[in-house]
Design a protein around this ligand. Structure first.
Ligand code: HEC
Ligand code: HEC
Ligand code: HEC
Ligand code: HEC
Ligand code: HEC
Length: 400
């Protein structure tokens, strides 16, 4: 017990001294941002373990390809952007991917940009790459980002060295002498998540379209009567807590889409012909049970692929059809692009929330078939080679 008390006193010291973000001072070098979530982990171990499983804990490294290409192609090859202050440009991504960088000195911004170029680039020796990645692994959507920096709705600003929570002081077992706690209902509101999961307007008015969830949540889901919050589906439900599962979690993908297949066998004849051909009227219903479109943008290669195939007795494919649900991004000239910083408009072929999308097919098979198996498959594709099967359903049709 006594040891714990000593540890707590030591941690209190750590907590107040180390995380520069807590002090609201300039971050001058890597050690200033190191261990901020670890400082919380000492007492909130379970939550820290959950958070480490979430993409929030690797929100820069997981998007490194996109952020690298923004620096190398977007900034360095564009004479206008190149002339603008580097920090302002970089924050067009890091405002959401690593918000603490708002408090970084110009020198440290430069250090991080160099690390991104090494970690994201093809060359560089393995040792240098490892070092760069180590530094960048500390830039993320940290505990302090959500419980302080973004925990207060603008125009209010968070108080330094304060942790914002839903309950306020004294409601969880234990003693909060380690940090000041302020109560806020903002953390429980979808708008809290929508700060980062939606369109972004930079201080210079440039619009960045990365995630488009906030817009489809508000305009398609809530507008159609949806009442569940982001926190209810992504945190409270099934005790997901701070793991924040999304489109990389098979269980979420399965929960987000329902697939129903109906197929009716009949026979058909071309006009004037004497022969009868086996045929099917196939209906596929896909229902979006999430709180927003599926899939969402930013990984601009993401798509949900529906494949319907008919196979014969020997499993030979005798008919097939495909349909993709996606959200292509367009640049200012109206050309389809895949890099975040080039996307200025979108087209919407995604699955809409609270809606059932129906695909109907009229399929005609070879004359000889007596038994035809119809299979519908849904696959979520992040990019080539990174795919998750979601659902599949079969029907068997017989002809005499
Ligand atoms: C308004 C906040 C915001 C801004 C600004 C922003 N992003 Fe994102 N970004 C997100 C969120 C949230 C996700 C997760 C999206 C999802 O899966 O729905 C994301 C995801 C990504 C991904 C895909 C990660 C993956 O593999 O699934 C890439 C790449 C990316 N962002 C790059 C960028 C780049 C480059 C910029 C700057 C030009 C940028 N982002 C600006 C919020 C933002
Ligand atoms: C993406 C934002 C986000 C991040 C990152 C985040 N939290 Fe939370 N946290 C929340 C929200 C939202 C709630 C309220 C959840 C709810 O509705 O039950 C919460 C709740 C909590 C609670 C109260 C739990 C309870 O039982 O009432 C604690 C403690 C906490 N977080 C600590 C942490 C720690 C420690 C970290 C880092 C390891 C962290 N959080 C990272 C958003 C976040
Ligand atoms: C030395 C232990 C200790 C450390 C370190 C610590 N906390 Fe806590 N924290 C607690 C205790 C104890 C409570 C419960 C307090 C209460 O209910 O009055 C708590 C409660 C909370 C809550 C819930 C507040 C609410 O209203 O529900 C949040 C959020 C939180 N801590 C976040 C953090 C974050 C973020 C960090 C790191 C910057 C951190 N804590 C570091 C001990 C600690
Ligand atoms: C400070 C900005 C920020 C806030 C606030 C925030 N997020 Fe995120 N979130 C991100 C970023 C950035 C990513 C993407 C990281 C990546 O893939 O590189 C992400 C990823 C996610 C993912 C995983 C996405 C996937 O592709 O599977 C989910 C789910 C998620 N966030 C839910 C939430 C919820 C729910 C809230 C509110 C309680 C929230 N986030 C608050 C920035 C934020
Ligand atoms: C009714 C439940 C529900 C609600 C409400 C909800 N989500 Fe989701 N969310 C899901 C499911 C299920 C998935 C997995 C399917 C998918 O990829 O969309 C998901 C996926 C995601 C992803 C990954 C999307 C992708 O395609 O990369 C992010 C990020 C996310 N949600 C954030 C949010 C945010 C932010 C809110 C609130 C504005 C929210 N969600 C509201 C159920 C919900």
């Amino acid at each position: 017990m006594k040891r714990y008390l000593l540890l707590a006193i030591f941690l209190k010291f750590l907590l107040v001294i180390t995380p520069a973000e807590a002090l609201g001072v300039m971050i001058e070098n890597a050690t200033d941002i190191l261990n901020t979530s670890e400082a919380c982990a000492a007492c909130h171990g379970d939550i820290n373990t959950q958070w480490k499983m979430s993409l929030h804990s690797s929100s820069l490294l997981h998007s490194i390809d996109g952020i690298y290409s923004f620096i190398v192609d977007g900034i360095e090859k564009d004479p206008i952007r190149k002339g603008l202050p580097l920090k302002g440009e970089l924050m067009k991504c890091l405002n959401c991917h690593a918000p603490v960088m708002e408090y970084a000195s110009d020198k440290f911004i430069k250090e991080v940009v160099d690390a991104i170029k090494i970690a994201g680039g093809k060359s560089a020796n393995p040792e240098g790459k490892k070092k760069a990645k180590e530094l960048l692994s500390h830039l993320n959507v940290s505990c302090y980002t959500c419980h302080n920096l973004r925990a207060v709705p603008p125009p209010h600003t968070p108080e330094k060295q304060t942790v914002y929570g839903l309950h306020g002081p004294g409601n969880i077992k234990g003693n909060a002498a380690y940090h000041t706690i302020k109560k806020t209902t903002y953390l429980d509101n979808s708008i809290f998540c929508m700060q980062c999961h939606g369109l972004y307007t930079a201080p210079d008015s440039e619009r960045i379209i990365c995630s488009t969830i906030a817009q489809s949540y508000r305009d398609q889901y809530v507008a159609a009567g949806g009442q569940t919050t982001c926190q209810e589906c992504h945190m409270t439900k099934s005790n997901r807590g701070h793991t924040f599962p999304g489109a990389y979690a098979p269980v979420m993908l399965k929960e987000g889409m329902l697939l129903e297949v109906n197929a009716r066998a009949f026979k058909t004849q071309s006009y004037g012909e004497k022969k009868w051909f086996p045929a099917a009227a196939i209906t596929v219903d896909i229902t979006n049970k999430a709180g927003h479109r599926i899939p969402d943008g930013c990984m601009w290669t993401s798509r949900v692929l529906l494949t319907v195939t008919a196979t014969d007795d020997n499993d030979k494919v005798i008919w097939s059809a495909q349909k993709e649900f996606f959200e292509p991004g367009l640049d200012i000239e109206g050309n389809r692009r895949y890099d975040t910083w080039e996307i200025k408009d979108i087209l919407d072929y995604s699955l809409q929330p609270r809606k059932t999308t129906t695909e109907e097919y009229y399929a005609v098979f070879p004359e000889r078939e007596k038994l035809v198996k119809i299979e519908a498959k849904l696959v979520y594709i992040h990019k080539e080679g990174l795919e998750f099967p979601v659902h599949s359903e079969r029907k068997v049709l017989r002809y005499n």
